[in-house]
Design a protein around this ligand. Structure first.
Ligand code: SAM
Length: 296
């Protein structure tokens, strides 16, 4: 073995996992990257330099972590699988500044971790090849906790990336698009073939960058209420917004009051939820809340 090789070559990845007797766990979304070009594309999209920090979720055997260590001023990686910790210690030995935290990212106090590990850097980006079985909970945790993040650059299922970046009036647009776009500006970086992973996943992948907003793009009086209205509006995609909101908020009444409110918000009651912009949802939610409708 040539110890100076990059980790993410098929040969070196196989050598490391064989020597450690490591077997992939499908249940942990373990599909490791073995392609230098893709790794470089992911890291480049985050715009890191020595004044910035990087949080990696799921470092695996450290292929991406190594690249991050070469570019960022501070790197922390959170890995759930105990079996990978000794491998990471070995592979990252040349980068003693990298901190590996063993744990489930969904149960990790990230605000505390940021305070202790990123105090010396100006901005932090999340950079990761995410475990696909928990993509949405991880991204929503990162966004909803309002961590001081600049970018989130992640490899995810292409189908999920398409939904996150979708515009109103398209088939992919839904409550996930609105939730992600409320907190960030998404941009598709590249589509990724299955062949760059070991083992190969069953689905197509894509790298997406979420530029985290300092302020939401709309003024919402109550965020929980806003997201409840959005969820209700997409409950059944083929129904009109009037029908969906009626089922949720007025199951036993006629539709006159609801349709008047929709019209007062400038929304034709016969439209479908997928045609409304985030601005229209904000106006609608603020109006319904003033009328005491929703989130009792
Ligand atoms: N970064 C490596 C790469 O690109 O080759 C591995 C990426 S692999 C798609 C996902 C990684 O996330 C695995 O190492 C897996 O063990 C880890 N993982 C899965 N669920 C996790 C969780 N809830 N918290 C932290 N890490 C997790």
């Amino acid at each position: 073995m040539n110890g100076m090789d990059d980790i993410a070559t098929p040969r070196r990845t196989k050598e490391i996992i064989q020597r450690h007797g490591f077997s992939f766990k499908k249940s942990l979304g373990q599909n490791f990257l073995i392609d230098q070009n893709i790794l470089n594309k992911i890291v480049d999209a985050a715009g890191l330099d020595s004044t910035k920090g990087a949080l990696e979720i799921g470092p695996g055997i450290g292929a991406l972590t190594e690249k991050l260590a070469q570019q960022a001023g501070a790197v922390t990686a959170v890995e759930i699988d105990q079996r990978l910790i000794p491998i990471l210690e070995e592979v990252l030995a040349p980068y003693p500044g990298v901190k590996v935290h063993h744990g489930d990212v969904l149960k990790t106090d990230l605000a505390a971790l940021f305070k202790s590990n990123f105090a010396g850097v100006s901005k932090v980006s999340v950079v990761a090849n995410l475990p696909y079985y928990v993509t949405t909970p991880i991204l929503m945790k990162l966004l909803e906790e309002r961590l001081p993040l600049e970018n989130i650059v992640v490899m995810i299922q292409k189908e999920v990336a398409d939904r996150m970046a979708a515009r109103p009036g398209t088939k992919d647009y839904g409550s996930l698009s609105i939730a992600v776009q409320y907190y960030s500006v998404p941009e598709l970086v590249c589509i990724v073939p299955k062949t760059v992973f070991i083992p190969q996943p069953n689905v197509e992948s894509a790298v997406i960058r979420l530029a985290v907003r300092e302020q939401p793009p709309v003024v919402v009086d109550d965020e929980r209420h806003f997201f409840e209205v959005v969820q209700a509006s997409f409950a059944q995609r083929r129904k009109t917004i009037s029908n969906n909101l009626k089922s949720r908020f007025f199951p036993n009444e006629g539709r006159e009051r609801l349709d008047q409110l929709l019209q007062a918000a400038g929304i034709d009651p016969s439209r479908r939820g997928e045609t409304l912009s985030i601005e229209e949802y904000a106006v609608l939610s603020n109006l319904l809340r003033k009328e005491g409708i929703g989130l009792n």
